[in-house]
Write a protein that binds this ligand. Structure first.
Ligand code: ARG
Length: 311
């Protein structure tokens, strides 16, 4: 059953029949930025040896953890490892759906050792970990959205990995071509606002429990926000077809890491600089919760990059 709340804070004329679902409690895995630095450059945001204010990064990260907990979510942490400065970007370590863990195989040699560290955490937590044969950077490029898994390629995760993901989860996996180096991971250009309904068979396939809410009550399907110019023309057409009601973000909002957001179905943990997007989400009935991770932007990451969701 989906509980919905009517929107009462905006003029009714602006909100024809829009209702947003109740938030659902989530389980997140994060990595404290004790060893976070920008030592090497593997995306256009990174400049070698950019000074990072570690204390400030720590405070920003604590604020994110607090925001999740205050909204009823569970936060767990993996121990940071010296010499793995990007390990703070927990999202890249795996995709977890229905308790099944599809691990990572990083493109950059500097990040490859992170996979084993996360694998150790998952195993200790009682999960088996599948090791992909093809380059694959977890939730950085793999985004479950209702009946599909959206899968980015172009910079990191390969098309071969998309096939492996589909075979592993048995969920239709939609390849999306990324074309702008500033948006090198799918999760920098797109995020899921609410997850919609999955079918019984699909739920069984991923060994999950039946969806309890999280559906877009107006349409019954998942909804997303994205920046169209980050995608090839064909991929843009696919997104329009699958998500006709999507929230379309501007380049400014995308460059402010506004699409590297985390939503629990109602609250959207979002970079405060994405002012246009914050405004649009509010008008759609979502509740933006701004969290500033500007120190992490120096490495090309934001809120979502720091957050692995254990589904
Ligand atoms: N410096 C990291 C890299 O380039 C940032 C990763 C950001 N993570 C993400 N999910 N987009 O690999």
């Amino acid at each position: 059953p989906i509980s919905t709340v009517p929107i009462s804070t905006a003029p009714a004329a602006l909100l024809p029949n829009i209702r947003v679902p109740a938030p659902t409690p989530r389980r997140y895995l994060l990595c404290e930025p004790r060893h976070f630095e920008v030592q090497y450059s593997i995306n256009p945001w990174m400049r070698e040896d950019t000074p990072v204010d570690t204390a400030r990064a720590g405070r920003q990260w604590e604020a994110l953890v607090s925001a999740y907990r205050e909204h009823g979510h569970t936060v767990e942490t993996v121990a940071p490892v010296p010499g793995l400065p990007d390990m703070v970007f927990a999202a890249n370590s795996a995709l977890v759906v229905g308790g099944r863990v599809f691990g990572s195989y990083f493109q950059a040699p500097q990040r490859r050792p992170e996979s084993a560290e996360y694998e150790t955490w998952f195993k200790a937590a009682g999960y088996d970990v599948y090791r992909p044969e093809s380059l694959c950077e977890g939730e950085g490029d793999l985004v479950p959205a209702g009946r599909h898994i959206l899968a980015g390629t172009g910079f990191r995760t390969t098309r071969e990995a998309h096939a492996e993901v589909q075979e592993f989860f048995g969920v239709p996996t939609i390849g999306l071509q990324l074309v702008d180096p500033y948006f090198y991971h799918l999760d920098t250009a797109l995020f899921v606002l609410d997850e919609g309904e999955t079918t019984t068979e699909e739920t069984a396939a991923t060994q999950g429990t039946p969806a309890t809410g999280g559906a877009n009550a107006a349409t019954g399907r998942a909804n997303i926000a994205y920046y169209p110019d980050a995608f090839s023309p064909g991929s843009r057409a696919v997104l329009r077809r699958l998500f006709p009601d999507a929230v379309i973000a501007s380049r400014d909002d995308a460059m402010a890491f506004g699409l590297n957001s985390v939503s629990d179905g109602r609250h959207v943990f979002i970079a405060p600089g994405a002012v246009g997007l914050i405004d649009q989400l509010t008008h759609r009935g979502y509740v933006p919760v701004p969290v500033d991770l500007s120190e992490f932007h120096k490495a090309g990451g934001g809120i979502k990059c720091c957050t692995q969701e254990i589904r």
